[in-house]
Design a protein around this ligand. Structure first.
Ligand code: PHE
Ligand code: FE
Length: 297
């Protein structure tokens, strides 16, 4: 995820579109080893948990090759498959810049990698979250189209002052989405699949709610940025997600949402399709213990 507050000028050394060279040759052996360590841990636990499209993406993009991927090499493979490429940015980029890249089928990724002390928690998305988490699904033609449509929709949302509503769609699908596959729940959100703890929590823990995907409902729902989600939304297929979002004109939806109150991250409302009504034990325990943190990405 790379949605940041507005900030008009790229930092020194970045191009006008905020991209920087990845400088793959500049990574140290310790940085490559960090990727390998994170990769091995996720690759061992995701089969059977992640959607088959994600696992196939890892495979066709050869992401199991040792070391931090070279974006040029990765982009060449991705370009052949779906016309996407991966470009490096110095950190979070302004919303419009982020959307503009997506609309042009360019995924912006951080180039830095977390340190061993940040194994399970970091504030800003690093190259492991961005590349391991997000890029495999860009090899799926339908999901690839959804990401482009989301970028176009993002630019449009700015005209309606509705970025906060549209950002929730990204959060609850691209970052933290679950999908039904042959009758079973699977993971596809990048924030989940790049996190050891949340990969297990999102799928198997009785604490969070798991609700059927509902566009309007979801865009009213607040989310947690500092801990595991309290609610996950489940889609039927990428095709259904793409068709629903493409075929809905969001302008009247934004107008309607402006008159409705937000829903808490752990709300259950009348028309929800409840797959799991979570007891929220995890969130309650964390609130009671407060302060300490660990999560995501
Ligand atoms: N149909 C949306 C609109 O009218 C655009 C969109 C497509 C948004 C796909 C998100 C995902 O703004
Ligand atoms: Fe992300």
């Amino acid at each position: 995820m790379s949605i940041a507050p507005s900030n008009p000028l790229p930092p020194p050394g970045a191009a006008a579109d905020w991209t920087v060279p990845q400088n793959w040759r500049g990574y140290t052996p310790a940085e490559h080893a960090m990727w390998d360590r994170l990769f091995a841990r996720q690759a061992a636990m995701l089969p059977g948990r992640a959607t088959s499209a994600f696992l196939e993406g890892l495979d066709v993009l050869r992401l199991s090759k040792a070391g931090i991927p070279d974006f040029d090499e990765l982009s060449a493979r991705l370009m052949d498959l779906t016309g996407w490429s991966v470009v490096a940015v110095p950190g979070l980029v302004p919303d419009a810049v982020f959307f503009e890249h997506l609309a042009h089928r360019q995924f912006v990724a951080g180039r830095f990698i977390r340190t061993p002390a940040q194994l399970d928690y970091l504030q800003e998305p690093d190259v492991f979250h961005d590349v391991f988490g997000h890029v495999p699904l860009l090899a799926d033609p339908v999901f690839a189209d959804y990401m482009q449509a989301y970028g176009e929709g993002g630019l449009r949302s700015l005209q309606y002052g509705a970025l906060d509503k549209l950002a929730r769609l990204y959060w609850y699908t691209v970052e933290f989405g679950l999908i039904r596959e042959a009758g079973e729940l699977k993971l596809y959100g990048a924030g989940i699949v790049s996190s050891y703890g949340e990969s297990i929590f999102a799928l198997e823990d009785p604490s969070p709610h798991r609700l059927g995907f509902d566009l309007k409902r979801l865009m009213r729902t607040q989310y947690r940025i500092d801990d595991y989600q309290q609610t996950y939304f489940v889609i039927d297929s990428f095709d259904d997600l793409l068709q629903q979002t493409l075929q809905t004109d969001f302008a009247p939806l934004y107008a309607e949402l402006a008159g409705l109150s937000d829903l808490e991250a752990d709300a259950i409302v009348e028309d929800d399709v409840v797959l799991n009504r979570g007891a929220q034990a995890y969130a309650k325990a964390r609130r009671a213990g407060s302060s300490s943190s660990s999560t995501n990405r």
